[in-house]
Design a protein around this ligand. Structure first.
Ligand code: ADP
Ligand code: MG
Length: 687
């Protein structure tokens, strides 16, 4: 039985021993990466080999000593071939406590299965890298500000992911969407749920205050007031000890990387085709296998791929429609805004609210390109400060009235210590710009263009509000009839505290019943009990850090994660840091945190590409995100509105899965997040 390598790379060498990374396609099936260690010595006792390996691949050496394969292959090494194969996914024993026990290694290959590429013919890591870098540049799979962007951090090949867990995550999307919508139906409940956290955290407090200051104007805004688009990403890890798919968090604001993750899936498929085509050219595929037929790729410039590789890709790599789906959701909101406002003004634009010096530009621009090219909708980009300074209630200049209701904004911020000094300034900025909240039916203009949808890719961290000017920008949108993606209520619904509340069965049921009622349905019609059961099944243990749980967590800090009310990665406490924080924080301070059971995913070897350079193979963990979207009127389903007769737009906001994101991080890293620099973009190979 033949096996074709799709990648081979000298990973490390100390002169005597060389380790090489291979990916294998066996029987048309991509069979993950493996390390091959070659000893250059003909006579190499097992102990010497393992000691040598210890010197430069500690985790593999540790695994090797426990490997049944070790004895056999060492024997081979002392004879002639000097070849040892070790499954790279085995992780270092010393990490067992941190990352859980290793996934059962795949059945070891027989030596006969191995077709070793001969020197010069092997598909090299450099060739693979060159292919991926070139493809990333051609397709826009880029990261960084325009003047310094590089190919986005990715892996070179997909990661193995359990098919059942992937399918479960996709199935959960409609229930997760209903849950997000449910938690913002009733702002009074939301405020009460977040009251203690807001007392301890000035940012949460400011979000709540600005939301309630803008609420009357938002509600009164004629027509489109109160329309909210939710673009969600529910993140999961598979807990290895229990095999359960557990939610890490539900993102309701700036759920990013949909566009780039779509391109990664496509890049990986192309790279496998390319590599296997190259392997075929090297004569490494079984020539007697009739199913191995060259196939001309339908994408110009890509080399032909063997048919069985195509079949394997189709079978194992799920389609990823996140880019198209999220763009369609934004288009749906734009169309709904036009319908409700009774205008199809060609001058309406979607605004992407971005951070100054944004680094994830291409993920956003790909969405903007899709909106313009496929839906004919123009997009402009603006920071919160730019919006504050140029917001208007009508196309032309207007004379602000003396009773500018954005005084409410000043009042709201005045009570928040950090913003007290500049609170009046915020209101004045809007008044000077000519923005009168609620005037002209709540219409919002920015540099002469009417805004249909404000899509936030900023505004989720206190760093995005360095002065009250940025709060003024946020308020201007919240108080207008433009569709907010998300509204402040929906952003608050995605906080860690609300996530923790929803892990309580009664709270969850009540929230879903409230949503069903708001939609004019009974609990039964709304499928509340089914949702409760499937959602609870996906929740890890989540608790408020009260005395009971604090004692448990302090006694076993490796089993918990302590999370503040923050988004964007890099904020959580683990292990010793967690124990320390629990000790030093007062009970009031801990109100801004939640405690979450630590999920222990299995590790596997990955080969990453950062700044266009391949990294060493390393043990990694995977986190799967599933995107979905919904369009609501203050949390309630919009009745009697079909946007395109059950077509692309309606489907996009139906709550079903739109696509996925797989992120891979080093097994030694507690944190995740691509933008935060911990993870890289990956794609799942389902098995
Ligand atoms: P953020 O809003 O900052 O993205 P997350 O809840 O997603 O916060 O946590 C950041 C990262 O920390 C995750 O991507 C994941 O890698 C890790 N993490 C979070 N919660 C857990 C958990 N319960 N168990 C293991 N790792 C976790
Ligand atoms: Mg996260």
């Amino acid at each position: 039985m033949a096996a074709a390598p799709f990648g081979a790379a000298p990973v490390i060498s100390d002169g005597q021993y060389t380790s090489t990374l291979y990916g294998w396609i066996r029987d048309g099936k991509y069979a993950d990466v493996e390390l091959v260690l070659r000893a250059k010595l003909r006579e190499s006792p097992k102990s010497q080999l393992v000691t040598a390996a210890h010197g430069f691949i500690p985790s593999l050496a540790a695994a090797a000593m426990h490997s049944r394969k070790c004895a056999t292959t060492t024997a081979t090494a002392t004879k002639t071939t000097s070849q040892i194969k070790w499954a790279a996914r085995r992780r270092a024993l010393q990490r067992r406590k941190l990352v859980g026990s290793t996934r059962t290694p795949r059945a070891a290959m027989n030596d006969d299965d191995v077709v070793e590429p001969s020197a010069g013919k092997a598909f090299s890591q450099q060739a693979m890298t060159d292919f991926c870098v070139a493809l990333a540049c051609r397709t826009g799979l880029l990261y960084g500000p325009p003047e310094q962007c590089t190919p986005a951090p990715t892996t070179l090949v997909p990661a193995a992911f359990p098919r059942a867990s992937y399918e479960r995550a996709v199935q959960l999307a409609p229930a997760m969407t209903r849950l997000a919508d449910a938690t913002c139906v009733d702002p009074a409940w939301l405020e009460q749920a977040l009251a203690a956290a807001a007392r301890a955290d000035v940012f949460t407090d400011a979000l709540i205050r600005v939301r309630s200051a803008a609420e009357p104007t938002r509600a009164a805004a004629a027509g489109g007031g109160g329309l909210t688009l939710g673009v969600y990403r529910s993140d999961y890890m598979v807990d290895e000890p229990t095999g359960r798919l557990l939610q890490v968090e539900l993102n309701t604001v700036a759920s990013s990387f949909g566009a780039l993750s779509t391109l990664v899936s496509r890049m990986h498929a192309a790279a496998l085709r390319f590599a296997s085509a190259d392997a075929e050219a090297c004569g490494t595929l079984d020539e007697t296998d009739d199913s191995v037929l060259p196939r001309t790729s339908d994408v110009e410039g890509w080399p032909p791929a063997p048919a069985n590789v195509d079949a394997a890709i189709t079978r194992h790599m799920p389609e990823n429609g996140a880019l198209e789906g999220i763009a369609a959701a934004l288009a749906a909101a734009h169309v709904a805004h036009g319908r409700i406002r009774g205008t199809e003004s060609a001058r309406r634009h979607i605004v992407f609210v971005v951070q100054p010096g944004e680094t994830n530009v291409h993920d956003q621009r790909l969405l903007a390109d899709r909106l313009w090219q496929h839906h004919g909708i123009p997009v402009i980009r603006a920071t919160l400060a730019q919006l504050a300074r140029h917001a208007k209630s009508s196309r032309g200049s207007s004379t602000p009235s003396s009773s500018v209701p954005c005084d409410r904004l000043a009042a709201a911020l005045r009570d928040v210590p950090d913003f007290a000094d500049t609170a009046d300034g915020a209101a004045k900025i809007l008044a000077d710009a000519g923005y009168e909240p609620g005037a002209n039916g709540g219409r919002l203009f920015y540099r002469g263009r009417e805004i249909s949808v404000a899509y936030f890719r900023a505004g989720y961290t206190p760093n995005d509000y360095p002065t009250a000017v940025e709060w003024a920008g946020r308020y201007a949108i919240e108080a207008s009839s433009a569709v907010s993606c998300p509204s402040l209520a929906l952003q608050l619904a995605g906080t860690k505290k609300v996530q923790q509340d929803m892990a309580d069965t009664d709270e969850l049921r009540t929230a879903l019943e409230r949503k069903a009622k708001a939609d004019g349905k009974s609990a039964r019609e709304g499928g509340v009990e089914d949702d409760v059961a499937s959602l609870l099944d996906a929740f890890a243990e989540l608790c408020a850090p009260n005395t009971d749980v604090v004692a448990r967590a302090a006694a076993d800090p490796q089993a918990w994660v302590l999370k503040p009310q923050r988004e964007g990665g890099g904020n959580n406490f683990y292990g010793d840091g967690l124990a320390e924080k629990l000790k030093s924080a007062t009970a009031e301070e801990l109100d801004a945190y939640i405690l979450m059971e630590r999920i222990r995913p299995a590790s596997q070897a990955s080969w990453m590409l950062r700044s266009a350079r391949p990294t060493r193979v390393q043990e990694t963990l995977q986190e799967l995100g599933v995107y979905s979207a919904s369009l609501t009127y203050d949390g309630q389903a919009i009745k009697d509105m079909t946007l395109d007769g059950g077509g692309e737009l309606d489907r996009a906001v139906s709550g079903s899965a739109l696509g996925h994101l797989l992120r891979t991080k080093a097994a030694t890293s507690d944190e995740g997040g691509v933008a935060a620099g911990f993870s890289v973009l990956d794609s799942p190979w389902l098995e």
